[in-house]
Design a binder for this molecule. Structure first.
Ligand code: PLP
Length: 399
């Protein structure tokens, strides 16, 4: 039996729990106290000592971010670049690929909307072709179809590990095996999976991966990172260079950095980088397996309770499910549910069309409400959520 999860400590460490039921962890989690404190302390040090001076004082903590991110992903420190968002990290890798007219990209139907915009951009600009790998009957990327779609023109496979608008987990490692067998670069968007479950780049076999700080990792906003496999780095040319990404040797020459930090700029939120390191350390302290088990327990309970609630449909699919629970009420629009729950102290969010547009267009569902749970959420909060949701629905339907 796994040891019991210390929920009291998790909630004590999460000061925001005192004032709100936060079921919007897929948007941005409540940061735990050690993360928030590290962030505030760094900003205070900048106020008192100056930005550059503080950077020098915190050089170990800043460097430690790379080691911690590497531990989280099971890779080398030199394979990590700090970024201000997952979008920027994904774009940095994507636009560095040497894609030519007629090259094909195989993408999962749950690809995040921003990635879709970038894919369409290169389709229009360079004439690359995008092929959507169909979902299987459970809504997950169908690995057998992917295998069939591979041919000599395919130059990239991209996948969103956990779609932001649905409860499933895509088979990232099985996709990695197909990519490896065919020797095709593999770009994984792990924005919603990092901090929610173990994500091991060796086991998954991706060559590039992006993540964000503020979601299930519980780091600050405006932080993220990029992983690039060392053996793949030379196949990528950053679409933009600067004097941090490349060393200026003379007025006529530069030398590109030999690590993934060739995708960085020098200027960044140092407070954010230090606090993201603390957030990763904090998540590793709980253990990603333990976190995942706890989220699985809570989200299964929420889905069960919602299935019993009157007039509510759970929209999630997938064999393996995540902490992201999506639902709709037949008689009350999601926007109204979200607003009314918020006025009762419960944070949820709407699923915008841009969350996973290709699969959303195929499913043709009404607007969805998203309740995304983290390990610090409690059974009592689920009780309260169900009670309030049922009240909101019955009140709205009557009036
Ligand atoms: C699956 C997925 N990928 C990428 C992103 C973009 O992350 P960021 O806002 O850090 O750029 C999100 C944000 O919601 C997401 O859910």
């Amino acid at each position: 039996m796994p040891p019991a999860f210390d929920i009291d400590r998790a909630r004590r460490d999460t000061r925001g729990c005192e004032g709100v039921i936060h079921f919007n962890n897929a948007g941005a989690s409540l940061p735990p106290a050690p993360v928030a404190d590290a962030h505030y302390e760094y900003l205070h040090a900048e106020e008192m000592h100056g930005g550059y001076e503080t950077m020098a004082r915190y050089s170990d903590a800043l460097a430690n971010f790379y080691s911690l991110a590497a531990r989280l992903l099971n890779c080398a420190t030199s394979e990590i670049a700090f970024s201000d968002s997952a979008t920027r990290a994904w774009n940095a890798a994507f636009y560095a690929l040497d894609l030519q007219p007629g090259d094909r990209i195989l993408a999962g139907c749950s690809e995040y909307g921003s990635n879709l915009v970038a894919l369409l951009h290169l389709a229009h600009k360079r004439g690359v072709e995008i092929t959507w790998v169909p979902d299987d009957e459970h809504g997950q990327t169908d690995v057998k179809s992917l295998e069939r779609l591979v041919d000599s023109r395919v130059r990239l496979i991209c996948l969103t590990h956990i779609p932001s608008g649905g409860g499933l987990v895509n088979p990232a490692a099985a996709v990695g095996r197909v990519a490896k067998a065919a020797d095709i670069p593999y770009l994984l968007d792990a924005c919603q999976s990092l901090g929610q479950m173990p994500v091991d780049v060796q086991q998954i076999g991706c060559d590039m991966l992006c993540g964000t700080g503020r979601k299930f990792l519980r780091g600050p906003r405006g932080t993220g990172f990029l992983y690039i496999r060392k053996s793949f780095l030379e196949q990528l040319e950053p679409s933009q260079l600067n004097h941090h990404a490349a060393e200026l040797i003379s007025t006529g020459a530069y030398r590109l950095r030999e690590d993934a930090r060739r995708f960085e700029c020098w200027e960044r939120s140092c407070a954010g980088q230090v606090a993201l390191g603390v957030a990763i350390d904090y998540a590793l302290g709980w253990g990603l397996q333990a976190i995942n088990q706890r989220i699985g327990l809570l989200s299964a309970e929420l889905r069960r309770r919602l299935a019993d609630a009157n007039g509510v449909t759970v929209a999630d699919r997938g064999i393996e499910q995540s902490g992201i629970v999506t639902l709709f009420a037949e008689q009350v629009p999601a926007e109204s549910l979200q607003k009314q729950l918020m006025s009762r102290g419960i944070n949820t969010s709407l699923v915008p069309f841009s969350a996973n547009p290709v699969s959303a267009a195929k499913r043709n569902l009404p607007a969805l409400l998203r309740a995304s749970l983290h390990y610090y959420n409690s059974h009592q909060e689920i009780d309260k959520f169900i009670t309030e949701l049922e009240q909101v629905i019955s009140k709205t339907v009557v009036s």
